[in-house]
Design a protein around this ligand. Sequence first.
Ligand SMILES: C[C@H](O)[C@@H](O)CC(=O)C(=O)O
Ligand SMILES: [Mg+2]
Length: 457
Amino acid sequence: MPAPNRDGLKIVDVDVKDVRFPTSLGGHGSDAVHTDPDYSCAYVIITTESGKRGYGLTFTCGRGTEIIVFTIRSFKRFLLGKNASDIFADFAGFWRAITNESQMRWIGPEKGVTHLAVAAIVNSLWDLWARIENKPLWRLLSDMDPVELVSTIDFRYITDVITPEDAVELLRSKQAGKEERIEFLLENGYPCYTTQVGWLGYSDELVEELCDKYLKLGFTYFKVKVGRNFEDDYRRCSAVRRYIGDENVLMVDANQAWSVGQAIEWMKKLAPLKPMWIEEPTSPDDVLGHATISEALKPYGIGVATGEMCANRVLFKQFLQSGGMQYCQIDAARIGGVNEILAVYLMAEKLKVKLCPHAGGVGLCEMVQHLQFWDYASVSCTMEDRLIEYIDQQHEHFIDPCVVENAKYLAPQLPGYSTQFLQETLEKYTYPRGTEWEKMIKEGIFPQPDETEWANP
Ligand SMILES: C[C@H](O)[C@@H](O)CC(=O)C(=O)O
Ligand SMILES: [Mg+2]
């Protein structure tokens, strides 16, 4: 897919919005450490001279959104006046420039707020490119020539594991049968698991009701939040195991609650309930700690899953190399967006670690489906032991929401990365002046916003 013709693709506007949903009110999305998340995002709209648009986002949990919005504004200079076609023609160069600019890199580099801001911008550029080509993103990626796809990746710091030449060879070796695999995806979709049954703020009654609901919907893999209180965890996980039966699969997610030793002890005690994985047992930066936990839990048949807060491809490289993760949970709205994510998929394939993308957040289900569909068509070419996460929240706000039937994501069909919000959603949920927020603040359901005119001019 060569870069598109330059005509009309000069970028003339970059808008960014702080969009928040009041999920904390119902405990939706809650876990051991994010006890009151308001699912949110910094939402970027790029407009070109001809009126073509790209929409992208990075996921956040409430107040932090305003800091990312501000950072994205500071990055606008990398886009305004540039021709999108030139960016796509040297996407790795653009990516290196925005992640390594001399004055901004000091507050990263390639991690934290700046990298989340980059993710939103880069994701909106991929959405734009896919729309220009009139393809859903997964098809754009799958149809790309290996050399061209690899040219979008910055390989700095990872060539000890994979070089551009290795990556091209890997992709070339998977070309045979690609069209059949695409047909298979179009007919059968891609399997997923549900996290919706087990948010930590849910009552035992609600957990039971939801297990029943998702069993009836055909789900066979269920994830439950743990990590605050062992007795509560044991009670809830035993109940879920009872509802779903031994024929279905349980996974647990501690969201970084424990130290290494604590994680091992806690999980040994949960082992009789046969969880398939423990997710984020400890700090997302502790590569060797994860390797220790993995080793200790191997005899119990429990794998370690992590990645939703992994900072960048370098940390992923170490997790993949060290045996610190048996399930690699890439997050579409983190690291530096699609370009860096492609690098992680290629490293995971080379090091034979299974990819099960993280989707607990606004728009993440919409995005990760594209990545995993591409993986099946072009990279791992298998679905064995791989699942996409599914949460049943905020899909109604998107123009092209993901569709899950019988525990399978159906192939996205519309052009783009499925991340465009409905106009009505922006009018209601842009913070703090959207109509829903004005109402909730007036009624005292949420406090008055801080004096952050700099973030919300
Ligand atoms: C705060 C988010 O909801 C987080 O709990 C999501 C997550 O860990 C997951 O989906 O996995
Ligand atoms: Mg998680």
